[in-house]
Design a protein around this ligand. Sequence first.
Ligand code: UDP
Length: 242
Amino acid sequence: MINNELMGIEINNYTFNEAVEKAICLMNSDFVSQVVTINPEMFAQAEKDQEFLNIVTNSEMVVPDGVGIKLALKFKGKNIEVISGIDFSRELLNRCAADGYKVAIVGSKEDVIAKAVENLKNEIPNINIVYWHNGYFDDNNQIYNEIKASEPNLVLVALGSPKQEYFIYNAKNILPPCLMIGIGGSLDVWSGNVKRAPKLFQKLGLEWLYRTICEPSRFKRIFPALPLFLIKSIFYKKEKTC
Ligand code: UDP
């Protein structure tokens, strides 16, 4: 039985720590695993893009990133813990450093990723970043081949959504076993270019609101998506298939 389904997508109901353990377990499996940190904008994308919906439903983990998902499930009587993608991937980096796993990172502008990698190396003792590349390239295969050659256990992809989910999905038959996760704007934060929301916003799962206040250009993107998502998730009816 599907427990935490929203509009055809099953959301994992893990605590933060359980999600980290599950991800580490997947990292040690014999296939490429995809983690999607889902938000209401991605639901809007899934609604208009069947291929994206398939990618999300076929991913090995779908974790709820932001209070919108929590609210929608709350309306259905389910209680889940919000797992912020940036905290989740940072904890995975800590675990990789502690346990000797190798990390590859792709995404963001050259100066942003360079600074983020420098900061991560300073802040996380023993982190082993075996490969990094900016997110502005034309030839995906070249990047896949370079990642492949560096044999990472964890691959963080910061290309924004849905680009990063497509990039990860298409890597599944190319890369050796590893865990891949789309991390959106996390490198912008780790580079120091973008400030994280104050702790209260983080705790309430409202980081997206803080980002929207700081970058009003995001308003157009977020605000139709969020209320529409809540309304649609309440009235969503599964299409009958025979
Ligand atoms: N980005 C990239 N290549 C692209 C498009 C975007 O590397 O072709 C990067 C961009 O520089 C930024 C990151 O993707 O660092 C996330 O972008 P955005 O803030 O739009 O993503 P969100 O966090 O909203 O998913």
